[in-house]
Design a protein around this ligand. Structure first.
Ligand SMILES: [Zn+2]
Ligand SMILES: [Zn+2]
Length: 130
């Protein structure tokens, strides 16, 4: 059982009443086993050709565009990398290569402002000359 780059897994395909987790595989996946969400096991049987309707999906506390990256935690793994597209309120973990990927291994796409040297824009007292 394996997934490949570009595969979409949609929990709604077989479990319409679920939180509707959709993930997209961005890389790796040779050792993919399953996704655990809402007490369901999502496998390659849940791969869909297109992202379905957003109706009835529940994100819960799932961060926007959360990315789970197996390689970050396990350098010798198949390097499964997935992005959460929608849903995910009931997400528990992804099993791959015998590893368990949870939200704690997710990195959010966050904009981190660069901290530059503070420019001292103090206003120099200009004395008005009459
Ligand atoms: Zn779910
Ligand atoms: Zn893997």
């Amino acid at each position: 059982m394996a997934v490949k780059k570009g595969d979409l897994i949609d929990e709604h395909k077989r479990h319409p009443g679920s939180c509707g987790l959709i993930i997209k595989v961005m890389g790796g996946g040779a050792g993919f086993e399953k996704v655990l969400c809402c007490d369901h096991e999502l496998t390659e049987d849940d791969i869909v050709p297109d992202v379905g309707s957003p109706l009835g999906r529940s994100r819960g506390r799932m961060p926007v565009s959360a990315i789970l990256d197996e390689k970050k935690l396990y350098p010798d793994s198949c390097g499964l990398r997935v992005i959460v597209i929608d849903g995910g309120a009931g997400f528990k973990e992804i099993r791959c290569c015998g590893h368990s990927l949870t939200l704690s291994s997710a990195r959010e796409l966050k904009f981190t402002p660069m901290r530059g040297p503070e420019v001292d824009a103090s206003e120099t007292g200009q004395h008005g000359t009459a």
